[in-house]
Write a protein that binds this ligand. Structure first.
Ligand code: RIB
Length: 307
């Protein structure tokens, strides 16, 4: 019998250019920030690294530029033990780049120049899926073309692969694909967009989750930052609290969460337990600057678990 606990991550690879600043500038404003640093990012790549560090078996599908950033990313993925057979160097577009500012309380603002990520094709995903019969889970985000997301989801459904979709950056077109999604993981802003509800409390988040589920998604997990997450399945909802930590940088907290969530699901954990593990992973990432460099290892998450 084929074990089907391998995870496919379909998504973006970026190089992040980060500046720490007292406050995030408003339109027309220039601010003098702190130190600049560059570190590998991209929602897809961050999630793949999180999975590898947390002990999951992961194959990553992404497009990188045929340039120095692309080469650095490949080297890092190999060092992390990620299967890179799904990486395609693109001859026409450069690697994706993200410009990130992080303020004093760790909140960020991000602008992405997608570059090669905008040329990730449905065929790039399908050829990897066809090669790996043991894939049981797909983790996918929205920094790649919507047509590719659509095809990937349709094929995953035809194979019985569980789909976890992280709707970031949010795009309302994803609502047309809700029936193909087993678990959706919006943050508050994304959940507000997808539900049309304003979220100020846990009760509001539960109501937003109900609206999203009624539109056809299997299960809904709304991440609430330092307030943990709300989980809604076919029968009930629950609230999972997050550990209190000193936040330095919230960049990639959602990526750590999603990577950890799918690892726990691939190990057969129930959704609530998987969300608890994911909250613990995200609580570690926010105490460190950066994206991939901040991803926790499994033993750190287990050591910091409060239950
Ligand atoms: O989720 C954080 C990521 O968003 C960053 O690494 C940046 O590259 C953007 O994709």
């Amino acid at each position: 019998m084929i074990e089907n606990n391998k995870i496919i991550v379909v998504g973006s690879t970026n190089m992040d250019m980060v500046v720490k600043t007292g406050h995030i500038p408003v339109p027309g404003e220039t601010v003098l920030g702190g130190d600049f640093f560059m570190n590998p990012g991209g929602k897809g790549a961050n999630q793949a690294v999180a999975i590898a560090r947390l002990g999951g078996k992961v194959v990553f599908v992404s497009r990188i530029g045929d340039d120095v950033f692309g080469k650095q990313s490949v080297q890092l993925f190999e060092e992390e033990g990620i299967d890179i057979s799904g990486l395609t160097p693109d001859g026409e577009e450069p690697s994706g780049v993200a410009l990130i500012t992080v303020d004093e309380v760790g909140e960020n603002s991000i602008v992405v120049a997608p570059g090669a990520n905008a040329r990730l094709l449905p065929g790039d995903v399908l050829q990897v899926l066809k090669k790996h019969e043991d894939i049981g889970y797909m983790l996918i985000q929205l920094e790649i073309p919507m047509d590719t997301v659509k095809e990937a989801l349709g094929y995953a459904r035809s194979r019985g692969i569980q789909v976890i979709l992280n709707p970031a950056p949010v795009n309302k077109k994803v609502m047309d694909l809700f029936e193909y999604i087993d678990v959706i993981t919006p943050n508050v802003k994304e959940a507000e967009m997808l539900s049309g509800r304003n979220i100020q409390s846990i009760e509001d988040a539960v109501e937003a989750a109900q609206v999203i589920r009624e539109k056809g998604v299997g299960k809904v997990v709304i991440t609430l930052g330092k307030n943990g997450a709300v989980v809604l399945d076919e029968v009930s909802w629950s609230h999972i609290a997050a550990r209190e930590v000193a936040t330095v940088d919230t960049t990639a907290a959602g990526d750590a969460f999603n990577g950890a969530l799918v690892v726990a699901l691939s190990e057969g954990k129930a959704l609530e337990d998987a969300v608890s593990f994911a909250c613990d992973a995200a609580a570690i990432v926010v105490t460190r600057m950066g994206a991939q460099s901040a991803m926790p290892y499994r033993k750190e998450v287990i050591l910091n678990h409060i239950k």
